[in-house]
Design a protein around this ligand. Structure first.
Ligand code: SF4
Length: 354
């Protein structure tokens, strides 16, 4: 298929089928960047309310940079992949401190910002400044692989350059912004991973995958990521109606979010006396064990967590270990927390005990 014909057909499709999304109405690079960060690995329906909340609470990059990090994480709660929120916050500070609060107005300049990769830089450069630089993400891999019958493995090293080269040949010279929006939208709502609507597709006659019945095969992705199983025993340690929590350190999931005292086990959840943890064993001699929750399963992209929550009520004063503090239930509610902790609290505390 000719490159010009491809982009014209695609843009025409977009103009008639596109969804009305709030970030499509702005040329403000800050808001475009916010939407792109929020929508990474998140569906539009889930991400939209977060976009609205962030724009309302932090209308400019300066507002975001001057916010409290815990407040930002609290607002992000429920979206997952919290490193995105922390990186976004760090990038906002860089834009304010090093660039006087003004985003660079081109692809190369944007790429120099820590936390902005080629995809996001291309999205901002084209949407905000109409620069002719193609976005390449999962949607683009899929659409191009199918329409042009590209069998390059998208998890291979050369995939990025193969698809980038083609995408930059296809991008419209007159309207790079609309072209980029169009291909992403087409991949998101029409040429979808599982059920592409080939019957009513504008590329039905020219698409190689459709002609050869290769929709389920393309794009080719060979590497399977191994899922790690983890087993958590959480200790909800209560002292005079306050609960022991801490902010999770760097180096693992949920950095910067708050959770209870955690003991992680190698294989399956152990009985309490098998747990090798000095603070906990000492604490248990001064406490009543009220019971534990059922096992709660929680899936992350590459991790399967099975957690159990023990409710422990202290009958003697215990000093909080380093990094921990006791919080009232109202304070606990306000802290940014992983969704697993939120689920537990909603089931066992906020609904029944308040
Ligand atoms: S014909 Fe099917 S596979 Fe090809 S672009 Fe259209 S929806 Fe995608």
């Amino acid at each position: 298929m000719e490159t010009k014909a491809f982009s014209e057909v695609l843009i025409h499709w977009y103009q008639t089928k596109k969804r009305d999304l709030p970030w499509r109405k702005t040329k403000d690079p800050y808001k475009i960047w916010l939407s792109e960060v929020i929508l990474q690995q998140t569906r539009v329906a889930q991400g939209s309310p977060y976009y609205e909340k962030f724009v309302e609470n932090y209308p400019t990059v300066k507002d975001l940079a001057n916010a409290d990090e815990q407040e930002v994480l609290r607002l992000w709660q429920g979206l997952g992949y919290y490193s995105r929120a922390r990186n976004m916050y760090a990038t906002a500070k860089i834009v304010v401190n090093d660039f006087d609060g003004i985003f660079p107005n081109n692809f190369e300049g944007l790429l120099k910002l820590k936390g902005i990769g080629p995809y996001t830089a291309a999205a901002i450069a084209s949407f905000a400044f109409d620069e002719k630089v193609a976005v390449v993400d999962g949607n683009v891999f899929r659409v191009l692989a199918r329409v042009f019958g590209i069998e390059t493995d998208i998890s291979s090293h050369e995939a990025k350059s193969v698809f980038s080269k083609l995408a930059n040949e296809l991008i419209s010279t007159e309207s790079p912004s609309t072209y980029n929006q169009a291909i992403m939208e087409f991949g998101a709502i029409h040429c979808t991973p599982a059920n592409p609507d080939c019957m009513f597709c504008v590329f039905a006659e020219s698409c190689i995958a459709n002609a050869k019945g290769m929709q389920a095969i393309l794009p080719i992705k060979s590497k399977k990521v191994k899922v790690r199983n983890r087993f958590f025993d959480y200790f909800v340690i209560e002292q005079n109606g306050n609960f022991l929590m801490h902010q999770r350190p760097e180096g693992d999931i949920w950095t910067g979010l708050n959770d209870f005292y955690l003991v992680e086990n190698e294989e399956k959840l152990s009985e309490l006396d098998e747990i090798n943890d000095d603070f906990l064993q000492e604490t248990l001699t001064k406490a009543i064990i009220k019971g534990h929750s059922e096992n709660i399963k929680h899936m992350l992209t590459h991790q399967r967590i099975e957690a159990r929550f023990w409710h422990i009520v202290l009958n003697e004063k215990v000093s909080a270990p380093a990094g921990y503090a006791f919080y009232s239930l109202d304070e606990v509610e306000l802290l940014p927390k992983p969704i697993l902790i939120e689920k537990y609290l909603k089931s066992f505390w906020f609904s029944s005990k308040k």
